[in-house]
Design a protein around this ligand. Structure first.
Ligand code: NIG
Ligand code: FE
Length: 391
């Protein structure tokens, strides 16, 4: 029989189920309690009505919310790009070309180095409340290096994405069509067994709409689900392609036409916004307000990578989204939890409802609003994953 634990005196509990709470999207319960049974949530409600359990913990008036679901990161890499960041902060523009620097460092790294780097970044993310994360290949760009990246990632998460189509490999600079053939052929054969998703960087300097369609379609034929880096640096076909292929998510969405917004709003494709990238590239912010007002589902994630967004902090992204992207604190917290889950087509995480995974964050603050209200302050006091306290 599994052990049950009740956490009482939660000043604000974010369930993300309107019917359990105050009918708002966050499903807030004030002065709440939550019961964990084994690795699952068993009960939520008012603290005074909490059932008897094996263990009892007092949250002391803190807030509890679902663990963050970071649905977009690039954590299998070696080296860093401090010099490139410094140059950008002196006025140089970001371009996809910097990816080559990380490709060279990643190819040169041993398996143990890649594993150690990934583990270090995951520990960093966990301390900041991330309990579910997606991560991808994309810094190998050979059959062996892409498959290796996915094997390393798959030891830590089920949400593994094959991104052989990050940029055209430098080895194929003169023959991009041959590289697309490799990505959809031998490389796909080697990578498909290790991944759930397939992604492509659809952008000038990376892959155009036709190449992206060919790559995602080939992946789908091998049982991988599409997601896309779309409309990050310029307007382009990525978002429309995402909707056409029923991609789980179109990521970045920084340059959108009205037709792009409308397509997202009438689809099951989530718009995943990655404000760490705009912060670290000094680019214009994606317009979350416009997407939300149109009825699109919005997720917020870190995009953690050594080039365009070297942050593993979802709370930082929440604060940016509230300050600069027109989101309310409630919307940003929803997008970083339930939104991330939707972008991974998951219903077992991103919510604290009976039957959901007991993945939760206890904040050293009375409500989730403090994540944006107190930016840069380490408010994450405890992190529980699958019913076990890990921070
Ligand atoms: O999501 N946009 C493409 N890929 C990454 C950046 C990768 C890099 O610069 O190393 C991104 O921002
Ligand atoms: Fe990315």
């Amino acid at each position: 029989m599994s052990t049950s634990t009740v956490i009482t005196h939660i000043a604000t509990l974010v369930t993300n189920d309107p019917s359990l709470g105050d009918n708002s999207p966050l499903g807030l319960i004030r002065d709440a309690a939550l019961v964990i049974d084994g690795d699952r949530v068993a009960w939520t409600g008012e603290s005074s009505k909490a059932p008897a359990t094996d263990n009892r913990l007092d949250a002391g008036g803190r807030a509890v919310l679902p663990g963050f679901v970071d649905s977009h990161s690039h954590l299998v890499f070696a080296g860093d790009r401090t010099e490139e960041f410094n140059a950008r902060m002196s006025g140089r523009a970001y371009s996809a070309g910097g990816i080559r620097t990380t490709v060279a460092a990643t190819r040169a790294a041993t398996d143990a180095e890649l594993e150690a780097n990934l583990t270090r970044h995951l520990a960093e993310a966990l301390r900041q409340g991330t309990t579910t994360f997606e991560t991808k290949s994309g810094y190998g760009l050979t059959v062996e290096d892409e498959a290796r990246a996915l094997r390393v990632a798959a030891a830590h998460t089920d949400e593994v994405t094959y991104l052989g189509a990050h940029i055209v490999s430098p080895d194929y600079a003169d023959d991009p069509a041959a590289y697309v053939a490799l990505v959809t052929g031998e490389m796909l054969d080697a990578c498909a067994p290790h991944a759930r998703w397939i992604d492509v960087f659809c952008e000038q300097g990376a892959f155009d709409g036709d190449q992206a369609r060919a790559i995602l379609t080939a992946g789908r034929a091998r049982g991988l689900h599409p997601r896309i880096h779309a409309n990050q640096l310029s307007y382009g076909p990525g978002v429309q392609l995402a909707v056409e292929l029923d991609a789980a998510s179109a990521d970045h969405c920084t340059h959108l036409t009205d037709a792009d917004v409308d397509a997202l709003a009438h689809s099951d494709t989530v718009a995943t916004l990655l404000p760490g990238a705009e912060f670290s590239t000094r680019a214009a912010w994606p317009d979350a307000r416009r997407l939300l007002d149109a009825g699109a589902t919005v997720a917020l994630s870190t995009d953690c990578n050594p080039g365009s967004s070297y942050t593993s902090s979802v709370p930082f992204c929440v604060a940016l989204a509230v300050r600069d992207m027109g989101m309310t604190p409630d919307e940003a917290v929803w997008s970083a939890t339930a939104g991330g889950a939707a972008a991974l087509r998951r219903t077992d995480v991103g919510r604290l409802t009976p039957g959901a995974r007991a993945d939760l964050v206890v904040l050293d603050a009375p409500s989730h609003v403090h994540l944006a209200y107190r930016p840069g302050v380490p408010l994450v006091d405890q992190v529980w994953r699958r019913g076990v306290r890990e921070v």
